[in-house]
Write a protein that binds this ligand. Sequence first.
Ligand SMILES: [Zn+2]
Length: 542
Amino acid sequence: MKHFISFLLIVSMVSCQQEIPVNEPAIIPLPVSLKQNPGSFSLNKNTRIVASAESMPAAEFLRDFIQKGTGLELKISEKEKSNAIIFSLVEPGKDSVSDPEGYSLISTSKKVRITAISPAGLLYGAQTLRQLFPPEIEGAGPHPEIQWAVPLVEIYDQPAFRWRGMMLDCVRHFFPVSHVKHLLDQIAALKMNHFHWHLVDDQGWRIEILKYPELTKTSAWRVDREDLPWGERPSQKAGEEATYGGFYTQDEIREVVAYAAKLNIEIIPEIEMPAHVSCVFASYPELSCTGKKITVPPGGVWPITDIYCAGNDSVFAFLENVLSEVAGLFPSKYIHVGGDEATKTEWKKCPKCQARIKKEGLKNEQELQSYFMSRIEKFLNSKGKNLIGWDEILEGGLAPQATVMSWRGFEGGIEAAGAGHDVVMSPTSYCYFDYYQGPKESEPLAIGGFLPLSKVYQFNPVPAELKAENIKHILGGQANLWTEFIPTPEHSEYMLFPRLDAMAEDLWTPLKNKNYDDFLKRLQIQFERYDFAGVNYSKNIY
Ligand SMILES: [Zn+2]
């Protein structure tokens, strides 16, 4: 698609530069305010990037991005000059920028100036500038035939929500570090700032824990039944080898965390409990109520009755040791502890669990789960971390400081916010990207459901029923990609994009500025960018 001609503007009346065709801005997520002026700013080999030590991360990001896409090796200097892209950190309130993630971007034919009060804002200014260039810049350069010009604009921008998240399930299918980084690049381009990394579930343990080597030697691997439907996979038989799976070493985790930090993305690890941990009992069967050794399930497990014993103090010792290592690896404020879908059949039968209920004066097994979560929360708090969990952690009483990720609808989030807890909205109805995005007959096999792009675009993390005084507890929203039916990196991209583009706009752009038709128009250009960036997006809206 040739969009170049769509918005031919004449470069300034005063200079003797040639006319350079530039694109109409097609920025996703849409900025708060954008005014386009006639003319353009062009890169050439003499263009400088101007930055101080504090603004260096954004400057280096842009320099590397431009070099990869254009072949131009721009120098970074401290001294301001003409023919420059200038990163400017200012005191809050100056240049109409007050939000820590906000920025302004003002371009003239001689300069592009990006202003913010924090390095994160400068980075988002750079991400916006990235989208003002021709889409070819997303690929590997050089492209000597292209004039790297951007339209002249005045942009003032800041996010609607603090938590703009995406979750990737790396358990049901394992994805290599290279793919995680590739996704982080794209998430960052959409100005999303939380990556929730699902590292533990029934079908595998994906994070190296030095104190418990069996978790990655045994629990990370399952028998290969990839040729059978997810829900119909027989357990590992005697003599069969567990060859399917994988895990991230602690060095790899540190590498990904550092990579994400440069992109203003906080990574929240999810270490599930008390359920979704069948794989643990392949290594440490003594941590379940029955003590029965099981093999790592190669497919679906339902209902989930093999769960940690809540009456056994060794379970808490194990989890505290695990969480200590996890807390040391992830600088995030939060650690996600799951808490979902624990069927308490064994807790009802287990003498240790029943003794705990009696000793602690709990009413039932729901309150036992609440005891479990509160005890873990206390430990996490002692490590300087906050607990976040799925909305089931409301049942039996919420841990005192817990943040709730509301997935079964908005109700859990409304209840938690009403009780003064922070909430991330992630209801299946708008946020579950493992659902079909088009008619089943034209789509690869998915888990079910139906969540087309147009519906994702209607997501608002603040439901109408929420009382005004509780709105402040809604941190934002998050798209979740569970991967039972998603075996490859390419397939994961197909499910994520462009629905993630819509989610990014839901969470960044003020509600009153959103317009689906306009979004679709900008998406045409975004698809060209994805073509050059090697992102396998879905074309099913055509
Ligand atoms: Zn028990």
